[in-house]
Design a binder for this molecule. Structure first.
Ligand code: PA5
Length: 503
C-alpha cells in the first residue's frame, strides 16, 4: 500500500478536539481477530475500576483518578462531594492569594516553592513547563529531592522575597523523607529571617498523616486532601497539581475538561478508542513483554517535562516483578526521551543505526504561540516540523517502529487530554499484561532501604563517639563487628568514607 494511503488508513483524527493518533504500522489490520477478546476484557476491567471496584488489589484500594474530572461518576456521594468541595476550596484559596485577601505580613505573595517528589511533583513540573505564563502571578520554584545544594540554590534565587513566598508541601503519605527534609530547610531559612513558616505554608496530604497533623497543630494557612483512592502518579489532576497550577495562573478548569473529554473517548469500544489503540500499539511493539523501549520525543520545548512525567506513570505502573496471580514476570515498559529536535543531536544516532530495540512515540503540536510573530519564527517552526517528519521517515525506512500523537495546539485543554490519554493506556496495558498498575512495591522498598541505612549511620556515629574515635581511625570491619552487623560492613565502609570526606 502506498505511504500516503497507509497513513490515511492508520491515522485517527478528532476535529472537535484537535487531536490525532497515528499508530504507524504497529497495530495490524484485523487486530480484533487476535486481540479483540483481550481488548474487550481490558475495557470491561476499566469499566469496573471506574465504577468503584477495588482495582489495586495489593493495597486493597479503589482507583479513582478518573472521578477527579467527572465527579458525577464517583461511586459514592461522599467521594463526589469531597472532590467538588476541594475544587471549590482551592479556587477560593487561589483567588484569595492572587487578590491579596490572604497576605504575608501585609504583602501579596510573589513566589511559590512546590515541595514534593515523584507523583507529588512531576505533574506540577509538567504544568509549569508546558503552560505557565511568562510572568506568572507567583514565580514557582521546586524542591523535589533531598539534595541540599538544590534547596540552597532555590533559596538563594528567592533571596529577599522569602517573606512573600508561599510553600506548598505535597506528600500523600506525609512521611516521605525528601519533602520532609526540604520542609525543614525552608523552615530554618525562614526562622533565620524571623519569618513564620505556618503563615506561608499549605499542606496537600492524606487526612491524619504526620504532615496533616503537623500542619493542623502549627495552624498552616490551608490543608488540602489527598485520598487513598488516588495514586501518587495519577494525582496531577487533584489538589496536588491543580493548586500550584492555578497559583501559577494556569486555567485548571480547562485541564480538567480536556481530561474528561479524553476519558469519554477512552470509554468507547473498538477502533476509535485512542487509549486502547495506544495500548495495543505498545503491546504489538513489545510483545507484551517489554521487548522494546518507548522513546518519547515531543517536538516542543514546552513539553520537555512530558517524558519524565510519562516515564513515571508507565514504569512505576507496569514495572512489576509479580503479576496479579503472584507469578514472577518481571514486566516493564522502558520510557525515556527528552524533546525534538534537540535529541536528534544526541541519541537519535543510535536509534537510526544501533540496535532495533525500541519504538518512538513522537508528539507533534501543529500550532505554536510564536506562529506569525515574524519570518524568522516561521522558519524556525517549519524546521521543527521538518525535523520531526524527517526523523520519522528515516527511522521507518530503517525498520524502526514509530507512532505519533498530534495536538492542534498546546493548551490546558489539550494537555489534560494528553495526560488522560496515557493514564488510561497504562491502565489498559496493565490489564493486557496482567499486572497491578496501581501499586509501587519497589518505591516502598527503596524508602525502607533508606530507613535501614539511616539507622546504621546513627549507630556508627554513636559507636565512634562512645569509642572516642574519628572516622579516620576506625576500620569498617571493626565497626561492623562491634555493632553486631558484620553483613553490613560495606555500608559502614561507605559511611566512614563519607565522614572522612567531611572531616
Ligand atoms: O507515584 C507514587 O506513588 C510515588 O512516586 C509517590 O508519589 C512518591 O513516592 C511520593 O510519595 P508521597 O506523595 O507519599 O510523598
Amino acid at each position: 500500500m502506498a505511504g500516503w494511503e497507509k497513513m490515511q488508513r492508520r491515522t485517527l483524527w478528532w476535529d472537535d478536539l484537535g487531536f490525532g493518533l497515528d499508530t504507524g504500522d504497529l497495530v495490524p489490520d484485523g487486530w480484533e481477530e487476535n486481540w479483540g477478546k483481550m481488548a474487550q476484557a481490558a475495557l470491561l476491567a476499566m469499566e469496573r475500576l471506574e465504577s468503584g471496584a477495588v482495582a489495586n488489589g495489593t493495597e486493597q484500594r479503589r482507583v479513582g483518578h478518573y472521578w477527579l474530572r467527572a465527579p458525577e461518576l464517583a461511586p459514592t456521594e461522599e467521594i463526589r462531594l469531597a472532590i467538588e468541595t476541594t475544587t471549590a476550596r482551592l479556587r477560593r484559596f487561589t483567588a484569595a492569594i492572587h487578590g491579596g485577601k490572604i497576605m504575608a505580613n501585609g504583602k501579596k505573595f510573589s513566589h511559590l516553592i512546590c515541595v514534593g517528589i515523584g507523583g507529588s511533583v512531576l505533574g506540577t513540573q509538567l504544568f509549569h513547563g508546558a503552560l505557565a505564563p511568562a510572568n506568572p502571578p507567583l514565580i514557582p520554584f521546586f524542591m523535589d529531592n533531598t539534595d541540599p545544594e538544590g534547596m540552597v540554590r532555590v533559596l538563594a534565587s528567592i533571596g529577599k522575597n522569602l517573606g512573600t513566598t508561599l510553600v506548598i508541601v505535597a506528600s500523600k503519605s506525609g512521611t516521605t523523607p525528601e519533602p520532609c527534609n526540604a520542609l525543614q530547610v525552608i523552615r530554618q531559612a525562614m526562622e533565620r529571617d524571623g519569618l513564620n513558616l505556618a503563615e506561608r505554608a499549605v499542606a496537600i496530604t492524606c487526612s491524619s498523616s504526620a504532615l496533616d497533623r503537623q500542619a493542623e497543630e502549627e495552624k498552616w494557612l490551608e490543608r488540602f486532601p489527598m485520598w487513598d483512592w488516588v495514586g501518587g502518579r495519577n494525582s496531577a489532576l487533584s489538589a496536588v497539581g491543580l493548586l500550584p497550577a492555578a497559583l501559577m495562573g494556569i486555567d485548571t478548569e480547562s485541564l480538567l475538561a480536556g481530561a474528561a473529554a479524553m476519558d469519554r473517548l477512552g470509554r468507547s469500544t473498538g477502533g476509535r478508542n485512542p487509549s486502547l489503540q495506544l495500548a495495543l500499539a505498545w503491546y504489538a511493539a513489545t510483545g507484551g513483554r517489554g521487548e522494546r523501549a518507548m522513546v518519547t520525543i515531543p517536538y516542543r520545548d514546552s513539553l520537555a517535562r512530558f517524558s519524565p512525567y510519562l516515564q513515571q506513570i508507565v514504569m512505576e505502573s507496569i514495572g512489576k516483578r509479580l503479576d496479579r496471580n503472584g507469578k514472577t514476570v518481571h514486566q516493564g515498559l522502558t520510557v525515556y526521551g527528552n524533546r525534538g529536535s534537540t535529541d536528534q543531536h544526541s541519541y537519535v544516532q543510535q536509534l537510526r543505526d544501533g540496535p532495533n530495540n525500541f519504538f518512538v512515540n513522537f508528539i507533534e503540536v501543529l500550532r505554536s504561540p510564536a506562529d506569525g510573530l515574524n519570518a524568522a519564527t516561521a522558519t524556525a517552526v517549519a524546521y521543527l516540523e521538518g525535523f520531526y517528519l524527517g526523523t520519522r521517515a528515516a527511522l521507518e525506512e530503517a525498520g524502526r517502529p514509530t507512532l505519533t500523537v498530534t495536538l492542534l495546539e498546546l493548551t490546558p485543554f489539550s494537555l489534560g487530554m494528553l495526560m488522560a490519554l496515557y493514564e488510561r493506556a497504562v491502565g489498559i496495558y496493565g490489564e493486557f499484561v496482567n499486572v497491578n498498575a496501581y501499586d509501587q512495591p519497589g518505591v516502598e522498598a527503596g524508602k525502607r532501604a533508606a530507613d535501614r541505612f539511616l539507622r546504621l549511620k546513627n549507630d556508627v556515629e554513636t559507636f565512634l563517639a562512645s569509642a572516642g574515635k574519628t572516622a579516620e581511625e576506625a576500620s569498617a570491619a571493626a565497626v561492623a563487628e562491634a555493632l553486631g552487623r558484620p553483613e553490613e560492613e560495606e555500608m559502614v565502609y561507605k559511611w566512614l568514607a563519607f565522614l572522612r570526606a567531611h572531616s
